[in-house]
Design a protein around this ligand. Structure first.
Ligand code: HEM
Length: 598
């Protein structure tokens, strides 16, 4: 008889065999219990408290299931839609979320957002320090600058907004666009013969029709084209041409911006983390060499082999690099600071140009109206034999009148504003340096059907986040917010009949695609000119047919097959947006066929 089960050894074996299963079941049971308990406790804490109308109200935190992580998962999956859902559920202009162990107060009322951005007790410093450290890799010197140094650096950065620099940089932009837009695609089979910006877009030549045609991923093409030209304007040609995959590295780094910000270390086996660190490493090395070369160039010494000609670097960038040197920063220490600027100039505008084009191309009537409007200011033609005397066909040419585009094309500008409203979703983060109270306006209270405005208390150390994208899609301020409707920004002067495109504060229309307060985007004046110039020159020189291959990310959103019957169904952006650090990028490839118009 086998008496092993009765022996001390056998008696131990039973629980030992069952242990893994028991352990597993116990872990699952503990997890479920913890989540249920967390949901019950946070749900109870979230109940509205009764307060007098005059008293400040406590900020209600939305209930959550997972301890520490809190609302992290739904927030990461779709920030704006999640925030919108919580707001509808809580019905307050301020509520809080629990993200990675910290409470974040979400400010939804435009009036409270405005006061918060201007409030002296709310500082962007701790957030800026974290971004510089975790994302851009500043080991300390930039974060530890004294007040005088910070002021001097801010002054150099403000040159992006000042004259004569805005005029100079936009003139360079127009010159580059006139030269390069005809070569947006070269119709070359070989990658070697293609321009830098074409290579990532997977150009395929199509053998049909009379004119050369090719199929591309339109997002990749436009993003790299805008990035290449913009970087050349500010950083100079040598910087952009130095490393053939410079922009690929920047866009990889940008894709995983939020993971870096969370402080996920390089060794964590999450997709993209190690690629993001590697891309950042290469970008910092290029920036370090660039700073060292510029320092020599500026002193009249040999800048070395890597960057020989730095004359065409823009004045605002030169001013920043001179600041670093004067403040005693070694090139490796200052590199993270200018990587931030290089990222800022390329993360939003290429994507905004792309969406602006998509919205226009998706509506044939709008496309025709825009082309009629811009025709006098974006003139495309192809020089013939009588112009050149040469026996072969010259490439098309374009001449741009940027001032005309800015002042006489309200419909074009209205599409730009509507694109900013629908396709950008920045956050402004602040931390309270002392306790403070913020009250909504009577107008905001009455929009919510309340007779009295609501007031909220915040305490030292509290984080306040303003999700500008959620406000831009508030149906009370922008009726039918999922519809691309540029007419919501068109104003007509009753006496002259002249049309302009602008926000209507009387209707409570507020847009903050450029953030707000002291950290507001320093490239915003340039950005408007830039986006209008890119959109006008591409639409004037190129016929672009969006291809519905069943996988396109814009499918079902903008009616990509150009069928005007579908027009009203367009623009449900949540289906096609992928959250990033700035303006949204599309979820997948956006196939399009391109051919010259002239
Ligand atoms: C449509 C295009 C653009 C959008 C939507 C945009 C948006 C933004 C946003 C949301 C911020 C952060 C603001 C904050 O923290 O409150 C920012 C910062 C910044 N942007 Fe832009 N941006 C655009 C184009 C540009 C361009 C072309 C430049 C070129 C120089 C630029 C330069 C900067 C700089 C230097 C900052 C940092 C400001 C600071 O920290 O003081 N931006 N931008």
């Amino acid at each position: 008889m086998n008496d092993e089960g009765l022996s001390p050894k056998g008696a131990l074996q039973v629980p030992r065999d069952a242990a893994p299963q028991l352990m597993w079941q116990t872990v699952v049971a503990v997890l479920i219990f913890t989540c249920l308990a967390t949901r019950l406790i946070t749900g109870f804490q979230s109940h509205p408290k009764t307060v007098n109308d005059e008293e400040p109200r406590p900020v209600r935190k939305a209930p959550y299931w997972i301890p520490w992580l809190g609302h992290g998962v739904p927030f990461a999956l779709g920030q704006q839609s999640f925030i919108g859902r919580v707001k509808d559920w809580i019905c307050e202009p301020v509520f809080s979320l629990h993200l990675a162990g910290k409470t974040h107060n979400m400010i939804m009322a435009p009036s409270i957002a405005k006061s918060a951005l201007a409030h002296r007790a709310l500082s962007a410093d701790s957030v800026y320090d974290r971004v510089m450290h975790k994302v851009f890799g500043d080991p300390g010197p930039i974060r530890n600058m004294d007040a005088q140094q910070t002021k001097a650096l801010d002054e150099a950065t403000s040159l992006f907004m000042r004259e004569p620099h805005v005029t100079e940089t936009t003139s360079t932009l127009v010159r580059l666009l006139e030269t390069e837009t005809p070569n947006l695609v070269s119709f070359s089979h070989s990658v070697v013969d293609q321009s830098f910006w074409e290579r990532p877009s997977g150009v395929v030549l199509i053998e049909e029709g009379e004119k050369p045609t090719c199929e591309v991923d339109l997002f990749k093409l436009v993003r790299h084209f805008v990035g290449y030209i913009t970087s050349t304007v500010f950083m100079g040609r040598a910087f952009v041409d130095f490393h053939p995959v410079l922009l690929d590295d920047l866009f990889t780094f940008d894709k995983y911006f939020n993971l870096l910000l969370l402080g996920i270390p390089r060794w964590v086996p999450l997709p993209g983390v190690s690629a993001a660190y590697a891309a950042r490493h290469r970008l910092l090395r290029i920036m370090t060499v660039f700073h060292a070369s510029f320092a020599s160039f500026d002193e009249g010494r040999d800048p070395g082999f890597d960057f020989r000609d730095l004359e065409d670097v823009s004045e605002p960038m030169k001013a920043r690099m001179r600041f670093w040197k004067k403040a005693g920063f070694a090139p490796a220490a200052s590199a993270p600071g200018d990587l931030m600027i290089f990222w800022a100039m390329n993360t939003n505008s290429p994507t905004v140009v792309f969406w602006n084009l998509i919205h226009i191309l998706s509506d044939p009537d709008l496309l025709a109206a825009i082309r009629r409007e811009i025709a006098p200011y974006a003139k495309a033609h192809r020089p013939g034999f009588e112009d050149t005397g040469l026996p072969f066909t010259e490439p098309p040419r374009i001449s741009l009148d940027l001032n005309g585009l800015l002042t006489s094309c309200p419909l074009l500008k209205a599409t730009y504003l509507e694109t900013l409203r629908m396709d950008t979703a920045p956050f402004s983060y602040r931390q309270a340096t002392t306790g403070l109270t913020l009250t909504e306006s009577t107008q905001d209270a009455s929009t919510d059907g309340l007779p009295e405005p609501r007031t909220y208390n915040f305490y030292k150390g509290d984080y306040l986040a303003i999700p500008h994208g959620a406000q831009a899609r508030d149906p009370r301020l922008f009726p039918n917010p999922d519809k691309f409707d540029p007419s919501r920004f068109i104003r007509t002067d009753p006496s002259t009949g002249k049309q302009t495109a602008e926000l209507d504060p009387a209707k409570g229309q507020t847009l903050r695609p450029f953030g707000g307060g002291s950290t507001i985007c320093k490239g915003r004046i340039f950005a408007e000119r830039q986006v209008l110039a890119f959109v006008a020159s591409i639409l004037s020189l190129w016929d672009i047919e969006l291809v519905d291959d069943g996988n396109s990310s814009a499918r079902g959103a903008d009616n990509i097959n150009n069928n005007s019957d579908n027009k009203d169904k367009n623009n449900n952006n949540t289906q096609r947006h992928q959250p990033t650090s700035g303006a949204y990028v599309p979820k997948g490839a956006v196939k399009a066929r391109l051919r010259h118009r002239v």
